[in-house]
Write a protein that binds this ligand. Structure first.
Ligand code: KG4
Ligand code: ZN
Length: 337
């Protein structure tokens, strides 16, 4: 069964063809990231305008690279929530037009759940049930996944998402956007023991909070910049930037590991699946593999190119839900939550 996946929840426009929920025939991705860089974050209006311009060409490319014809598509699976409202509408409207004109069934799927599904592409051998951690620019959530249509949320961030914290700390340190890869690179040369940053506690043990640690970094940098009589972050020096990046990254990873383990214990599972843009972080992958091995757990991360937003995960997840009888009509619209 060939599924056409469509993903436009943030700044990417992605279309993919996936066979039988696991074989990625094509995964075309166009990002408007370079247009947002100068603002240091996503500008929703720019994202949706670029998506409107890109979607037909990206779809044509996915069909061509997948070596299929539109008439070989059996299902259209599109991200319908959560995400930027205008951006979601571009993907959904395109999906509905294709569905109506070619009489192909349509299904709207959850973007965050699709990040979990990225682990089922390219045959990584994950088995249900498991605990799942999604760490992206917009979300940080823990789930218990009993089946693809039985996903229970166990905890989520109460303020900034994990990727958002990487982006904000990178901005404070005068690094580029998106911040995650910059922090990771600087952290390689830094001392993670140098600063004792802390993530704030949360009322519910499986929730997260990242705004406190971001503010702690901000105050420290401000203090240092003032001492050096220069308000630019670069005034604090390269070595200090590397040490702050390493200490921040290590603290965040500690929290992610601790809470993921708690979720596994609570649900009595020894399988942990991770997804989302932050899961591309090498230090995080290394630490999770080490920690789960020590604890006798097993842990999975998607292939790096499938950590970031992509339509292959949307197509694959849609296939599984469709097999369980899920379907959307042409009344499908973007949901805010
Ligand atoms: O999943 P994603 O592509 O988009 C959302 O659904 O939000 O995630 C993007 C986020 C950004 O915040 C980015 O800084 C972060 O993923 N990210 C990373 C790394 N690569 C991307 N964070 C830490 N380390 C990385 N290597
Ligand atoms: Zn995402």
């Amino acid at each position: 069964m060939n599924v056409l996946g469509i993903e436009t929840s943030c700044d990417e426009t992605s279309v993919s063809v996936v066979r039988d929920g696991k074989e990625v025939l094509s995964n075309a991705v166009s990002s408007s990231e370079r247009f947002h860089k100068i603002y240091g974050g996503i500008v929703p209006e720019i994202a949706s305008r670029m998506q409107l311009e890109a979607i037909t060409a990206v779809s044509d490319l996915a069909i061509k690279e997948g070596a299929v014809r539109l008439k070989d598509i059996d299902l259209i699976s599109v991200t319908s929530w959560p995400g930027l409202f205008g951006s979601l509408l571009i993907g959904i409207s395109f999906a509905k037009a294709l569905s109506a004109s070619l009489h192909i069934p349509l299904l709207g799927v959850n973007h965050v759940h699709s990040h979990i599904y990225a682990n089922f592409l390219k045959g990584t051998g994950v088995k249900l049930p498991f605990a799942a951690l999604v760490v992206s620019g917009g979300h940080t959530s823990l789930f218990y996944v009993q089946d693809f249509d039985k996903i229970e949320i166990l905890g989520e961030t109460q303020d900034d998402a994990c990727g958002e914290a990487f982006d904000k700390v990178a901005k404070i340190l005068g690094l580029g956007y998106p911040g995650g890869p910059h922090i990771e690179k600087m952290a390689l040369r830094g001392n993670p023991e140098k600063f004792k940053f802390r993530c704030s506690g949360t009322k519910r043990p499986l929730d997260f909070s990242f705004s406190g640690i971001k503010t702690a970094v901000l105050y420290y940098v401000k203090e240092q910049s003032i001492i050096k009589k220069n308000h630019r972050p670069s005034a604090i020096g390269h070595r200090l930037i590397c040490d702050i990046a390493a200490s921040f990254q290590e603290t965040v990873i500690d929290v992610l590991i601790r809470k993921s383990f708690l979720a596994c214990k609570l649900k009595k599972v020894n399988r942990l699946v991770v997804g989302g843009g932050v899961a591309a972080n090498n230090r995080m992958r290394e630490r999770f593999y080490e920690a789960t091995e020590d604890a006798g757990f097993k842990c999975w991360f998607p292939a790096k190119e499938l950590c970031m937003d992509n339509a292959a995960m949307v197509a694959g997840f849609g296939y599984q839900l469709f097999k369980k009888g899920k379907i959307s009509g042409l009344g499908l619209s973007a949901q805010l939550n």
